[in-house]
Ligand binder design. Structure first.
Ligand code: MLT
Length: 405
């Protein structure tokens, strides 16, 4: 009789956003007349920009003609997109990333979950707490995280780096040396960022410790302040210690169309001199048949002059929502952070409520959905996340309702 991967049995509950979805659906069923506003999952609401749509249409038409039809995409990504990424996301920022260090994928969620496969099961991970749940869950599925303690909600073999108000929601260098360090800046869920000198400290630390940093830069396009790094490769020495993950979801609205990429520098080697770039290429070749041609053409359009202008306008739209949420919450007496370099606003649940108590309270009394901070880890308890990805009208209405509570 077959057996399952028992690591899956150790996973606590269901995935955070599935739990929220179930709760909201149950509420909707019981209260069909209520108008629910979702500021929960970080999903975009603006349609794809015209330049992207034009490019998609063109690519679809090409697929109808024998001479321009495309079958399997190159598993590492089309050259046209990889070159556009290298030029715009790296060369333009003074970071020298070669085309063959860029691996196009169907999104950063998959990459952030899959990347752990190329590391030894004995490697120890360090994560921020709170954290995007995919990093820990996928390492747990692989059997790297030890046992889960239901009381503390911590895994025995994970190094947690608490990010709280006291440290500006920025992790401190861990006492115990990890092998793999997950960092995400601008941060999901807290919306916090670190400046370049702070990130340089992490790069220096990793190089010295022989650790690898998995740097999730999915929210890079939301950076508005000076001296906040747009890529970890702005830091000296990052190519020998860091993998960077990027997404087209948040900067260009590809949550439904799916596109992302990972940068795995050729200089990045394990202690035996094995190249991670070669390993990731091997993994891609075996398990991935490439992101769709039409979507990669749409991704290329993000880097056109029109595409840049239009996606910038969308980001400004969401950041205006962020400002409305942040200011509105402050007026209503909440303690808030984030929302300056990121589309997430991190607030303290009022009156000593737990994160889930506030979730239920907000859903029942304002019909607004947010994300409980404790869903991202125990240090998120007592906190709550709202996203700026709603429509302007819904954002205004949600804040009106929250102020009336
Ligand atoms: C979130 O709400 O944290 C994100 O949308 C989740 C994701 O990007 O997968």
């Amino acid at each position: 009789m077959f057996k399952i991967n028992e690591n899956y049995l150790k996973l606590p509950g269901s995935y955070l956003f599935s739990t929220i979805g179930k709760k909201v659906n149950a509420y909707k069923e019981a209260n069909p007349d209520k108008e629910i506003i979702s500021l929960g999952i970080g999903d975009v609401t603006q349609p794809l920009a015209p330049a992207i749509i034009d490019s998609l249409h063109k690519a679809v038409d090409e697929m109808a003609v024998r001479e321009t039809f495309r079958g399997y995409a190159p598993d590492l990504g089309y050259e046209f997109l990889r070159s556009a990424i290298a030029k715009n996301d790296y060369a333009a920022r003074g970071a020298d990333i070669a085309v063959d260090e860029i691996f196009v994928s169907d999104g950063a969620k998959c990459d952030s979950g899959n990347i752990q496969e190329i590391f030894s099961i004995n490697n120890k991970i360090a994560v921020c707490d709170p954290v995007y749940p995919v990093y820990v869950d996928t390492n747990a599925m692989a059997g790297r995280t030890g046992t889960y303690n239901k009381e503390t909600e911590l895994w025995s073999n994970v190094i947690y780096m608490p990010c709280k108000a006291e440290n500006g929601f920025a992790p401190e260098l861990p006492e115990e040396t990890p092998d793999i360090i997950y960092l995400c800046f601008p941060n999901n869920p807290t919306g916090a960022t670190i400046k370049k000198p702070q990130l340089q400290e992490w790069v220096d630390y990793a190089n010295k410790a022989g650790a690898v940093i998995i740097y999730d830069a999915a929210y890079e396009a939301y950076i508005s302040e000076e001296d906040v790094p747009h890529t970890i490769y702005e830091c000296e020495g990052a190519k020998t210690c860091a993998i960077e993950l990027k997404s087209f979801s948040k900067n260009a609205g590809f949550t439904g169309t799916r596109l992302g990429y990972a940068v795995v520098p050729k200089a990045l080697k394990d202690s035996d001199g094995n190249s991670l770039n070669a390993l990731w290429a091997r993994r891609h070749g075996t398990k991935f048949n490439g992101a769709p041609y039409i979507i990669q053409r749409a991704g290329e359009a993000v880097y056109s002059e029109e595409g840049k202008k239009q996606t910038k306008e969308q980001i400004a739209y969401y950041m205006n929502n962020a400002r409305i949420i942040k200011e509105g919450l402050k007026e209503a007496g909440f303690t808030v952070s984030g929302g300056v370099n990121a589309p997430y606003i991190w607030l303290t649940a009022p009156s000593g409520m737990t994160s889930w108590e506030f979730f239920d309270y907000l859903l029942a009394n304002a019909n607004v959905v947010g994300t409980p901070g404790s869903g991202f880890g125990p240090s998120g308890e007592g906190y709550f996340r709202l996203t700026a990805f709603g429509t302007y009208e819904n954002t205004i209405e949600a804040l009106k309702r929250i102020k009336e509570l």
